[in-house]
Design a protein around this ligand. Sequence first.
Ligand SMILES: *Cc1c(COP(=O)(O)O)cnc(C)c1O
Length: 218
Amino acid sequence: MTKALDDIRLRIADAARAAGRIPADIDLVAISKQQPEASVEAVLFAGHRHFGENRVQEAMARWTPLRARFPDVRLRLVGPLQSNKAREAVAFFDAIDSLDRPRLAAALADAAAKVGACPEILVQVNTGEEPQKAGIAPRDADAFIGEAQRVYGLRVLGLMCIPPADEEAAMHFALLKKIAERNGLEALSMGMSGDFETAIRFGATMVRVGSAVFGARG
Ligand SMILES: *Cc1c(COP(=O)(O)O)cnc(C)c1O
């Protein structure tokens, strides 16, 4: 387990250097969804503190007790969020990486006002325009980012994407980077177990790695 974690850290550092970047500028988000408790604990004991989950309820069940033991854990929601769970999500997560529609922006703003804190927000872009996938369409991204920041006052720091499984990821990463640049956003969450090195070459500041850290999901 910690061997796998060490390997991924090394591969991130190598990919960063190969791209002329500084390894410390790339955050590893360990995606712990559907992983056994023992595997997650092993990664915690190895000192890792930045995790992602894709479902609100599962994340709360797992991380409420773990956070009591590891208070400096940072937790991101990387899966789709329903507006009616916005309040729970805002209260629980340090970051929400899947903002993709005005209704959810409104719900998050409302929740942030009630909770008295706003997590870091990433806008998810559906770079492949896949109908079954979450994310704002690329052509609507600029207007939506502006709306989320200025109308709803959300702390939008960057973008996230999940490229189509059957296409070259590189062009999707390049597109996400371009949208971020023209909107003055610095955080770029892109790249998973199979393609995080490519994502780093294209400017990822955060890679979301699940199975390559923990093993195949059960
Ligand atoms: C599951 C998941 C990951 C991790 O996928 P792996 O291929 O196991 O690395 C990354 N991002 C999101 C949004 C996910 O749902």
